[in-house]
Design a protein around this ligand. Structure first.
Ligand code: IMP
Ligand code: MG
Length: 183
């Protein structure tokens, strides 16, 4: 599977590029209304949230600041443990700021639960979460998410920033991988 057509390795397309853009535009409109008259800093979680950040931010008709964090969850293989390490911190001082964390998917919720309390301890005016996808059945930690694109079943998905072994992030859609890719 080293060379060739990425889309041929996708068994099922869950969300097309058009569906994703339309949903993000709806979410952006809601966010704009909710944050009217207030400064907003959106924080993308590297690397998966790059596509969501790019399209969400461009759906805004208002000003928005963007910053980035990179974190790593320690755990066995694909399971996160809840022990999180900051690989790249914010460049922005968020005290007194309205902050919205932008992620592409919430699985167990361990990463975002940790991250939310970490950011909350820096005295921001508010911290909310926006995610394109959420797997409610996988959730282990309660995380209050204000903006969700879609809830999806507990299965592994790739594309639109989501990777399997660092591949498939550049796929335009979100889909499930063909079984032969795993084996
Ligand atoms: P958790 O919510 O702490 O379990 O971890 C969420 C992170 O795990 C996400 O930001 C993704 O990087 C990764 N992840 C969870 N589910 C998937 C998936 O279905 N495909 C690709 N990455 C995933
Ligand atoms: Mg992520």
């Amino acid at each position: 599977m080293d060379e060739g057509d990425i889309e041929g390795e996708i068994t099922e397309v869950l969300f097309t590029e058009e569906q994703i853009h339309a949903r993000l535009a709806e979410m952006a409109a809601r966010i704009e209304a909710d944050y009217e008259g207030r400064d907003l800093l959106i924080v993308g979680i590297l690397r998966g949230a790059v596509m969501v950040m790019a399209d969400l931010a461009r759906s805004f008709t208002r000003h928005v600041e963007m910053d980035w964090m990179a974190v790593s969850s320690y755990g066995s293989g694909t399971k996160s443990s809840g022990v999180v390490r900051i690989l790249k911190d914010l460049d922005t001082d968020i005290s007194g700021r309205h902050v919205m964390i932008v992620d592409e998917i919430i699985d167990t919720g361990l990463t975002l639960s940790w991250l939310t309390s970490n950011l909350a301890s820096r005295n921001p005016a508010s911290v909310e979460i926006c995610t394109l996808l959420r797997k409610p059945e996988a959730q282990q930690m309660p995380v209050e998410v204000k903006y969700v694109g879609w809830d999806i079943p507990n299965e592994f998905v790739v594309g639109y920033g989501l990777d399997y072994r660092e591949r498939y992030r550049n796929l335009r859609c979100v889909g499930t991988l063909a079984p032969h890719v795993y084996s």
